[in-house]
Design a protein around this ligand. Structure first.
Ligand SMILES: Cc1cc2nc3c(=O)[nH]c(=O)nc-3n(C[C@H](O)[C@H](O)[C@H](O)COP(=O)(O)OP(=O)(O)OC[C@H]3O[C@@H](n4cnc5c(N)ncnc54)[C@H](O)[C@@H]3O)c2cc1C
Length: 466
């Protein structure tokens, strides 16, 4: 960040208190809207604060997101409860696809962002959440180590939202940071890339499919639907990567690609796809975010030009939309438990389990270096990984949960963020019934409540909880 050398004092302000809630959730993204619904359904008067004019965050900000964390490697479903309901509702609305694989085993869900926005709004309103869109949480008011309220800024002015228990689902841990919780944030060279997506339409699908079939040697693992004719909407996606530098296997089993390759995800029936630009920035620095909007767009257009010139069917393609910038990694809070790769690989169990994860460890690094490694089985996410140190009444959900850089390459997956959202929202509601403090939540009651709400806390039917 540029060094700031000049400062000004501003007058103390008298701000309107626009809401007083049991639970205040900041960020209505992948984890946040689920957290708000879970809190409200658990009986808490809930406020949800979101800076955008829509919900879903990164899950609606990229053209199609593959929620590769709803099933484990053995085909066991590890997502239930409010997140699963959201996906089922998306599927019913034609906006999600749960792919069947061999022997009755199922794998991840593809979700369609525009439908997600609608379903998320419906669920939030149905649950009775008090929603503030177009509202930026800019600071928090502290009292004796607890968050007392959030200062928000919107078109109506600067306002205060008071609460008893808070959930930070801002992805960047904005509230935890303002509240003074410790966190880790790597420098730009070592953080996962930021991506800008352009949505492109007017593609001649038949020509592209023919080219994909005839040019297997130029592509990395093209994925075609089994039967294009039977597939509709989001199911009919073809994915291919135009080969860049050679892929290799790393000693830990990861597939590694050392540099830029051009990835295409095309919805056949919709004849649209996304093109991407990848930028190395600090996603908490506004000048770098500003530059990424330009540079990401420039790169995405370069990609589109490549497709126009090299892949028949793209000649008349044109850009119809740009998604919000997709930031993969910034602050990760230091919580009461720090999840590491050892936890993930060791299928580690915790007495305070509130969710499961099995998402591949995928790393998008500087210079477009990319590696991906599957996880076997599943591991527990403990409530302690959602509790930032030094703050009494705050939980985090989503990609900023307490985890190291390597583990976060898996935990940042959209499905896992939804699972932590469900857990944090329900835990916050239970905390708010008492003194608001999250460390006083009765774990057995929390687990029973989550299970009653359909959450999946184990794939072992014999497992007993606290
Ligand atoms: C380009 C890209 C592609 C990806 N592809 C996949 C994939 O294929 N599969 C997969 O599983 N995962 C994928 N991921 C990862 C996954 O989508 C994200 O890690 C996950 O969605 C993050 O969820 P979250 O709830 O933590 O944050 P988000 O979904 O980003 O939500 C954060 C929300 O908080 C709001 N917010 C932030 N700050 C404030 C504030 N101060 N005040 C008010 N509101 C605020 C934001 O507007 C946003 O709505 C991808 C990520 C990116 C960036």
């Amino acid at each position: 960040m540029a060094t700031i050398q000049k400062y000004m004092e501003i007058p103390a302000a008298r701000l309107p208190i626009v809401a007083e809630a049991d639970v205040v959730v900041t960020g209505g993204g992948t984890a946040g809207y689920i957290a708000a619904v879970a809190a409200a359904r658990s009986g808490a008067k809930t406020v949800l604060i979101e800076r955008n004019g829509f919900l879903g965050g990164s899950a609606t900000g990229t053209y199609n997101t593959n929620l590769s964390s709803s099933y484990d490697s053995d085909g066991n479903r590890i997502m239930g409860g409010v997140p699963w309901e959201a996906i089922e509702r998306l599927a019913a609305a034609g906006g999600a696809y749960i792919r069947e694989i061999k022997n009755g085993r199922r794998t991840h869900a593809e979700i369609f962002p525009e439908t997600t926005k609608t379903v998320a709004l419906e669920m939030v309103y149905e649950a009775g959440v008090d929603l503030y869109l177009h509202t930026w949480a800019s600071d928090c008011l502290m009292e004796n180590g607890s968050v007392r309220g959030i200062i928000v800024q919107n078109k109506s002015g600067r306002q205060i939202v008071l609460g008893k228990t808070f959930v930070d689902a801002s992805a960047d841990a904005d509230i935890a940071y303002k509240a003074g919780a410790p966190f880790e944030q790597l420098d730009v060279d070592h953080s996962y890339l930021t991506t800008l997506d352009l949505t492109v339409c007017n593609i001649d699908v038949d020509k592209v499919l023919r080219w994909v079939k005839d040019n297997a040697d130029r592509l990395e693992t093209p994925k075609m639907p089994d039967n294009i004719e039977d597939n509709e909407g989001i199911k009919s996606m073809v994915e291919f990567v135009v080969k860049g530098p050679r892929k290799t296997k790393l000693p830990d089993g990861s597939t590694y690609r050392p540099g830029r390759a051009l990835g295409v995800k095309m919805l056949i029936r919709r004849s649209i796809c996304r093109v991407q630009g990848h930028v190395e920035i600090d996603g908490t620095d506004v000048k770098q975010l500003t530059w990424a909007e330009y540079e990401g767009r420039r790169q995405a257009l370069e990609e589109l030009n490549y497709l126009r010139e090299n892949v028949p069917g793209f000649e008349d393609a044109f850009v119809v939309a740009q998604s919000p910038l997709g930031v993969r990694e910034t602050r990760r809070v230091k919580g009461e438990y720090w999840l590491t790769l050892q936890d993930l690989d060791g299928n580690t169990r915790h007495p305070d389990v509130v969710g499961l994860n099995c998402r591949p460890v995928d790393k998008h690094m500087k210079n477009d270096e990319f590696s991906i490694r599957m996880l076997m089985g599943n591991h527990d996410i403990p409530l302690r990984a959602l509790i930032p140190q030094n703050v009494r009444n705050l939980l985090v959900a989503g990609r900023c949960i307490s985890s190291d850089h390597d583990a976060n390459a898996s935990l940042r997956g959209g499905g896992t963020c939804m699972i932590t959202g469900h857990a944090a929202g329900t835990a916050a509601a239970l905390a708010s019934r008492g003194n608001g403090q999250v460390r006083d939540v009765d774990i057995a009651l929390l687990q029973r409540t989550l299970l009653d709400q359909g959450a999946i806390l184990s794939t072992d039917p014999g497992r007993r909880f606290v």
